[in-house]
Design a protein around this ligand. Structure first.
Ligand code: HEC
Length: 134
């Protein structure tokens, strides 16, 4: 009986490892504050200083349901990778991985994700296990 219980438990662990549910992202308030500064210098000219495009010149909103529904359903690595590779649109991939992670932390803070005690890592593999903003 004890052995059967042990086998069952091992199968349960194996199942959990295979399914890999996304965990909520973690970032700190200090990191989001750094990200806000980097956002204002590098992104606000197109996306607006309230992330709502400031009235519209073709750059999409980075807050609100359309943004969080689109990116929230995917691993956070997708938002990080997209932003790192394509933004700022005027000068793609021109910032450091750390600055992109800080900016993503700022975007999370503006999309209803609560700050925690661990910084968002500039690490694609770890971001793959985290959920997007939703
Ligand atoms: C020169 C103008 C410009 C700048 C500066 C800029 N963007 Fe963009 N951004 C755009 C445009 C235009 C799009 C839409 C691109 C498309 O649909 O192919 C976009 C799309 C995005 C998206 C995808 C939004 C969505 O839901 O599809 C994200 C995220 C984003 N930008 C983040 C940033 C960040 C972060 C920065 C600063 C590091 C930045 N952008 C700087 C013009 C800009």
């Amino acid at each position: 009986m004890r052995i059967m219980f042990g086998i069952g438990f091992a199968l349960l662990l194996a199942g959990a490892a295979a399914a890999q549910p996304l965990v909520p992202p973690s970032y700190t308030q200090a990191q989001a504050a750094r990200g806000e500064q980097a956002y204002m210098s590098n992104c606000a000219s197109c996306h607006g200083d309230k992330l709502d495009n400031g009235g519209g010149d073709g750059a999409p909103n980075l807050v609100g349901p359309a943004f969080s529904q689109g990116w929230g359903a995917k691993p956070l690595s997708e938002l990080y990778d997209y932003t790192s590779a394509n933004m700022p649109a005027s000068s793609p991939a021109s910032l450091s991985p750390q600055v992109y992670a800080d900016i993503v932390a700022f975007l999370l803070s503006k999309n209803g994700v609560t700050a925690g005690t661990a910084e968002l890592p500039p690490d694609d593999d770890r971001l793959k296990s985290m959920s997007g903003p939703h």
